[in-house]
Design a protein around this ligand. Structure first.
Ligand code: VG1
Ligand code: CO
Length: 543
């Protein structure tokens, strides 16, 4: 075994997006592509800094190969000990949990999350810091700078190690421990939730369907729900992680998890349904005949936080990404706590949780989590809901309706225009940005604009500023139109249009969501020319 220095040249476009570097598998398969990015991570960390590292991925195609490369590079950069999930697989929340529990310096997560996998699909890589959360912008920017000037990388020529057996192996002076991350994760969940109450719920005949979408959370959900909590075998469906997610799109929303929505609408529907994404950090909550919007789920969890033992002392604050509906803000107000509005992406929540300013965080994109780790956590959200259902003894629909009756309903929808021409998308955003100063004060189709800006965030903890985080047009009745470009896509540009309308009157809580928002959708089109400019007559996905 020797450590080699390999000459390389930079690849253009290795700038991490909303959640790490995401590209087509075929791009990652180019010789040196992954190596360059990993070398840039180690250069950013600094020689000898990273002694203990966690490495895991969502098990998608190219995961195994990538892990072997990363291990050989870690050994070449003086890492002393690496914790790897069995088979190289670890959910994103489990990586965060393991970094924190074992006091590691950081972690490398291999995932393209909700993006499809397989040889024609996507792959991704990101770095998490010692708090267990995604690296903040100053680190991802530094990594990107290194990728532009790199001329060599360092790697051991050791043979591949066996990742399928629990135990310890070595490369150079580095120890590799293959662990079962499900154990650490389950132990953490036990401390947060009332497992006895949930066990009693299942024992009483309560039925659930958890759709793991052939992705990473299957083993975790089986161990916790069917193993520890006594849910009947078969509660977890599509529970074996596959390299191509069974050919599906592992994004837990009503469109991609249509099978679950159908099962929850049938005459013999279970009491509770849930799904999670490729890397296990997203969740969808479904009741009989009702899918709970992620924004509502965050607000409901916040309003009921004290039912779970891990939160019985109350919560210090809530944080939500800017496009997420303001339902959580109303709960924060009622509780007399702060609600922070951050840019899209979990990396902006880390400082708030580290400083104990926020206990719960959420995004409209089916992401919810808390200060127990520093990533969003799909199974955590599902367990919270189970704890809530066990304590309140109401149905999902009753809980949601009760919440709306108390706080009002925020009708909410996201319209995605995927893989549109990037030049047209950028031109649309630029033109709208220019018009922003004149929009405030105008009345658009009966909607009075009270604020129109390009969202900028000042981190209250470290003082850093992030600009150009999405255009928002806020109406005087609290309705909002938000437009931004996705930072996780791998083809052209994806435009996300977010629509929100508040309705206090509970006799008007039964409208169809798209109908309730159709007026705002028209205003959005008039003001942005989104469809006209991108040549699309309708969104690719509506959630
Ligand atoms: C999307 C979501 C964002 C989420 C990100 C990563 O980003 O909108 O809320 O944090 O994916 O989620 P974008 O830039 O495409 O809108 V995951 O579960 O895919 O890592
Ligand atoms: Co994800």
């Amino acid at each position: 075994m020797t450590i080699q220095t390999v000459a390389t040249t930079p690849f253009a476009g290795q700038r991490p997006g909303t959640s790490g570097l995401r590209k087509k598998v075929t791009e990652f398969q180019q010789p040196g592509y992954l190596e360059n990015f990993v070398e840039s991570i180690f250069l950013t960390l600094g020689a000898g800094k990273c002694r203990h590292l966690v490495v895991g991925g969502d098990g998608r195609y190219f995961n195994r190969e990538a892990i072997q490369t990363i291990l050989r590079m870690a050994a070449a950069h003086g890492v002393e000990r690496v914790l790897v999930g069995r088979g190289g697989i670890m959910s994103t929340p489990a990586v965060s949990c393991v970094i924190r529990k074992h006091a590691c310096y950081g972690g490398i997560v291999l995932s393209a999350s909700h993006n499809p996998g397989g040889i024609d699909g996507d792959f991704g890589i990101k770095y998490n810091t010692e708090n267990g959360g995604p690296a903040p912008e100053k680190i991802t920017d530094a990594i990107y700078e290194h990728t532009k000037t790199l001329s060599e990388y360092h790697i051991s020529d050791a043979a591949p190690v066996d990742l399928d057996q629990l135990g310890t192996t070595r490369i150079e002076n580095m120890t590799i421990e293959v662990i079962d991350p499900v154990l650490d994760y389950a132990e953490l969940m036990k401390r947060l939730f009332d497992f006895d109450a949930i066990r009693a719920l299942f024992a009483s005949g309560f039925r659930m369907r958890f759709d793991a979408m052939h992705a990473v959370s299957g083993p975790y959900a089986k161990a916790v729900l069917e193993g520890i909590l006594g849910a009947p075998a078969g509660t977890v469906v599509n529970g074996e992680p596959q390299e191509d997610f069974g050919g599906g799109h592992p994004d837990p929303n009503p469109v991609n998890a249509a099978e679950l929505i159908a099962a929850m609408a049938g005459p013999d529907a279970p009491d509770f349904g849930a799904a999670s994404d490729g890397d296990g950090d997203r969740n969808m909550i479904v009741g009989r005949g009702i899918a709970v919007t992620p924004s509502d789920s965050l607000a409901i969890i916040a309003a009921n936080a004290t039912v779970a033992p891990g939160y019985k002392g109350g919560i210090t604050g809530i944080a939500r990404s800017m496009p997420t509906s303001t339902a959580a803000d109303r709960v924060a107000q009622a509780l007399g706590i702060s609600c922070f509005e951050t840019p899209t992406g979990w990396k902006y929540f880390g400082n708030l949780m580290d400083a104990n300013l926020a206990t719960l965080c959420g995004e409209e994109s089916y992401g919810t989590g808390s200060f127990h780790i520093r990533e969003k956590d799909g199974l955590w959200a599902v367990l919270f809901w189970l704890n809530l259902l066990a304590v309140r003894k109401l149905s999902v629909e009753q809980i949601v309706r009760e919440h709306w009756a108390r706080f009002g309903r925020n009708y909410y929808s996201r319209h995605d225009y995927e893989a549109v021409d990037a030049t047209a998308a950028n031109a649309m955003m630029d033109a709208l940005r220019e018009r922003l100063p004149e929009l405030a004060g105008q009345t658009l189709d009966g909607h009075h604009v009270s604020q129109a800006d390009d969202f900028a965030y000042n981190d209250p903890v470290d003082g850093s500023t992030s600009t150009r985080q999405g255009i928002r047009i806020v109406m005087s009745d609290g309705s909002r139109i938000v437009l931004r470009l996705s930072g996780t896509g791998t083809e052209g540009a994806t435009v996300r249009l977010y629509l929100e309308r508040y309705e206090a009157d509970s006799t008007r809580h039964d409208l169809d969501t798209q109908e309730a928002l159709s007026g705002l959708a028209q205003v959005a089109e008039n003001v942005s020319g989104l469809r006209r400019r991108t040549g699309r007559s309708e969104p690719t996905v509506v959630t």
